[in-house]
Ligand binder design. Structure first.
Ligand SMILES: O=C(O)CCC(=O)C(=O)O
Length: 282
């Protein structure tokens, strides 16, 4: 197994691994590289949904939600992200992650790691970009670190309550059904300790955080705007151009990400996604 960094910000490419047949020592090496680089790219992976699930489960329990749209038939663990239309109807979520976010942060127990497998890629468009929120935290001024040390962000699933994230067009005519589901808001520390490394990250995102607990909007919103802008400084980021067979896994407690969309027709991008649950942010 060979691990090559992809950028100064985060991420590494792992060569020489077939994810359908890894033993415990290789798993330990992958795990170590994951903690070091936060995002791993495995090329040319031919994964059935069962194999995708089996690899993901080595990192923890897979999150399923009965009402999540576009899970694979008989596989509630696997969500389809796709712009393919069948009889005029989308086969999957077309623009997942169109605002900077970290997965499932609106939940009490958010997602630890996400596993996204490229089954078809478009020639142009469909990149995904990540930003390192360990570095975002580390590079805050001492005054800012002190100011936010004990603050908690309010994470909200319903896009209609977030002025920074519009309802996506795919779901506009069924917004009540998709966003009105009873998911209580989650309140998490804005400075999160990673469950394994213990490092601190700036654990907020414009897609999910709409306010700060116990702080009025006049104070909270400009502070959030400043921190959101800081989180995505160019030097913290890595942008991935997908290849067929790529399996990417990323560490949500220390990265935020965004789907860049803009797939040039008639390009088709078809992905399978699993999400593994982690700890309660602290
Ligand atoms: O499809 C992408 O590029 C990003 C997907 C995403 O953000 C997500 O699944 O959380």
């Amino acid at each position: 197994m060979k691990v090559t960094p992809l950028s100064d910000a985060l991420g590494a490419e792992v060569i020489g691994i077939d994810l359908t047949s890894i033993d415990d020592p290789v798993f330990d090496e992958i795990h170590e590289a994951f903690l070091e680089y936060q995002l791993l790219v495995f090329r040319d992976q031919d994964l059935t949904p069962d194999a995708h699930i089996a690899f993901s489960e080595r990192f923890g329990p897979i999150e399923t939600r009965p009402d999540r749209p576009f899970t694979l038939p008989n596989y509630p663990e696997v969500t389809v992200l796709s712009n393919r239309l069948v009889d005029g109807e989308p086969m999957g979520v077309i623009s997942a992650g169109d605002f900077w976010h970290t997965d499932l942060s609106f939940s009490e127990i958010p997602c630890r790691a996400t596993f996204l497998h490229a089954r078809e890629v478009a020639e142009e468009g469909g990149d995904t970009e990540w930003s390192n929120i360990y570095t975002a935290y580390d590079t805050l001024s001492a005054e800012m670190k002190e100011r936010i040390a004990d603050l908690k962000g309010i994470h909200v699933f319903d896009r209609r309550r977030n002025k920074r994230a519009q309802v996506d067009t795919q779901f506009a005519n069924k917004a009540d059904e998709v966003y009105g589901i009873p998911i209580p808001d989650a309140v998490h520390p804005m400075v999160r300790h990673h469950p394994e490394t213990g490092r601190k990250s700036l654990y907020i995102s414009p897609r999910f955080v709409v306010g700060i607990e116990g702080m009025g909007g006049d104070e909270a919103q400009p502070l959030l705007d400043e921190l959101f802008a800081h989180q995505i400084r160019a030097e913290f980021r890595y942008r991935h151009k997908w290849q067929h067979g790529d399996l990417l896994m990323w560490d949500n407690p220390c990265l935020i990400h965004i789907g860049r969309g803009a797939i040039k027709p008639p390009g088709i991008r078809h992905m399978h996604r699993t999400m593994v649950l982690g700890d309660r942010p602290h």
